[in-house]
Design a protein around this ligand. Sequence first.
Ligand code: GCB
Length: 605
Amino acid sequence: IHRGGILFPRNSETRQVVSLDGIWNFIAPNITNPFIGFQQHWYRKSLKEVKDFDMHLMPVPASFNDITTDWKIRDHLGLVWYDRFFFIPKQWEDVGRVWLRFGSISYAGQVWINGELVMSHEIGHLPFVAEITDFLRFGKENLVTVSCDNTLLSDTIPQGKVDELVSGRLDQTYTFDFFNYAGIDRPVYLYTTPATYIDDISVITTDIKEATALLEYNITILGNATSANSYCKINLIDKENYIVSSNEDAGNCNGILKVKNPKLWWPYLMDDDPGYQYTFQVEVTFKGVLVDKYSLPIGIRTISWTNSSLLINNKPIYLHGFGRHEDSDIRGKGLDLPLVIRDHNLIKWIGANAYRTSHYPYAEEIMDIADELGIMIIDECPSVNTEIFSDSLLAKHKISLTELIKRDKNRPGVIMWSAANEPRTQYPAAKLYFKQIIEHIKSLDYTRPTTIVEAQNSNIVESSFYVDIISFNRYNGWYSNEGNLDVVTYYVIKEAQAWHDRFNKPVIMQEYGGDTLEGLHFLPTFVWSEEYQVRLMSEHFKAFDQLKEKGYFIGEFIWNFADFKTAETYTRVGGNKKGIFTRQRQPKASAHHLRRRYWGLAKDY
Ligand code: GCB
């Protein structure tokens, strides 16, 4: 595996990208002998030649769980296998390097090319890449084989537990509340780079003063030449295709680019042209010859924070948004572009300006759209409901953050890092654990604030001393005081105030809500009805309006954008129904209610 940069594959004069998405072969071997694929060297031949196991056709990208009609595949635990053939053109022999990149494999994956192991990666929802030049047959068919393991244990991110049932089957359980979808759930790309190549780019807006923005950039070049002996040319190109600023530096690919009268990146509804991005074009030449070229979209904006507010371009912001999931019928967590665009159309329709990537990093294709629309993202790593704190978990948790920050550091939409959702911070071990986690984030990115999304009571939590922004989840009128909507406003205000009093930091309510079956109506309101969800929201809105007056309350995120699938349990009818949209992305009454609030059309609840 390549531990350098993880730039998204893009075509250019020096690079070519080919998708390996499509229909792959798939086997979920029965679990009496989980290692059979290794013993029989399934990676040395097509899965079509494997005897005694059912082979399925499997779309990539998609979670494998809901594609077939077999519950044993939906609930499969352990290894599954994928493969397909692909053709490599003869001309690629001379381009330099060929890379293979997975947007994500959930949870852990191993990859073989023509029978040789080329990379392994653990932790879902994060991309990984390896150079495969030496394993390829040029001008011929090649075989790629993937094994994928969805097992979650006490030292995986997130954690889970495995027990043997009386039937002999191994059963995966977990405390988090979304289905543990697995497989090759994001796009797979082959791409070429020259032998000397741009490995990574970082661009930070360090200052915007007197109508001039300063962009600090850092470019890593690897291969036969290095940043020290190559020549880097930077062009910043606006949307009309004008070069608005340039730098040329021999032997130095780090520097400061000055941009006069920059058009800033602004959040949705804060500007006529929100989400404005430039193209940061890097050209590397060596002895006068073009070596490599890569174009990165960037936004010019600053983020700052105080003990009571969060500011973009020095303007205080209030976040109106959602917790979400990558989740839909049939494809599970598989990237689905029609769904992604529909979701963002709904987000714009409802007037939200933010969401949290609860409870794991979302696909890069999704993040691109948020950047472009001006939707602010609280970028969460895959740590959710951590119960057992250990050194090995800490090490992996740090890796997940390193990989996430490497992937998303240049995104203007990312305004905050969320280190975890609802960890058991009431345990003493959590304090030192999260001190180290937050220090790790700060060592990688000092420009964005950090948060931990809390479900404990503020008086027993110590880890929030280290974060910049306080986030809490609470289900007033649902998991507590169900039915008693008349007490909700009081408790929401009381809790937000307690968090601010103890930590003296800005406060966001990251989750509130209640399950609602679309089409179920009760007057007067009754739990699970559309009317109940609407009233529950109103009682929160009253609290939020009073909290806003206090000056430290900076955001409200309803749980959840849409209904989503969970593990099978009697508390969930077909999944978690706290969506304000159904799983098919149609509005419940609550969606219209939220829209009136987010657009500022209703003031009285
Ligand atoms: C929470 C979790 C979220 C759940 C939600 C619920 O606190 O953060 O993942 O889905 O509660 O609906 O129970």
